[in-house]
Design a protein around this ligand. Structure first.
Ligand SMILES: [Fe+2]
Ligand SMILES: [Fe+2]
Length: 165
């Protein structure tokens, strides 16, 4: 049985696409978002594993740690909305299972990722704008601001690897 509520695909981009279509996030939506954020940690670890440069590794790992923090912020948001959710073991999360152990760090992928992080900021800010609970809105805004920083770190990685930014 899937861990995900009905209507959510098992792939991270598809599931995030469903959430992007939401105005206000429900408790179920926030659960899916928390699981997506956990898989973000695995994505960045998979990139840090293959990149040879130590400074790049550090930047990517830092992003990964913050993605885990984003998941925990969403658990707080769920509690504020009266829900109750604890993260399942990572290996049971479909988005984690679908993340390869090693991810490419080529120019095309890094450019796409920097764009996705910036887009993540915008999406978080629009959820925050629509969110009736000010404490939940604050948590959403914090995640959004950090996504923008992730985009900056990815751009730093691109520069360190000699890619045009
Ligand atoms: Fe995140
Ligand atoms: Fe991020």
């Amino acid at each position: 049985m899937s861990l995900l509520p009905p209507g959510f695909p098992d792939d991270v981009f598809g599931a995030f696409g469903v959430l992007k279509g939401r105005d206000v996030l429900s408790v179920d939506d926030l659960k899916v978002l928390a699981l997506i954020e956990v898989s973000g940690e695995y994505l960045y670890q998979a990139m840090a594993r293959v990149v040879p440069d130590e400074a790049c590794k550090a930047l990517l790992k830092r992003n990964g740690q913050e993605e885990r923090g984003h998941a925990h912020r969403m658990l707080k948001a769920i509690a504020l909305k009266g829900g109750d959710f604890t993260l399942p073991p990572d290996e049971e999360i479909p988005f984690v299972r679908n993340t390869p152990q090693e991810m490419p760090t080529n120019a095309e992928f890094l450019a796409m990722l920097a764009g996705a992080e910036d887009d993540g900021d915008l999406v978080y800010q629009s959820w925050a704008d629509a969110e009736p609970d000010p404490e939940v809105a604050k948590l959403l805004r914090q995640n959004g601001r950090e996504e923008a920083r992730h985009g900056e770190r990815v751009n730093e990685v691109r520069r360190l690897l000699g890619m045009a930014v």
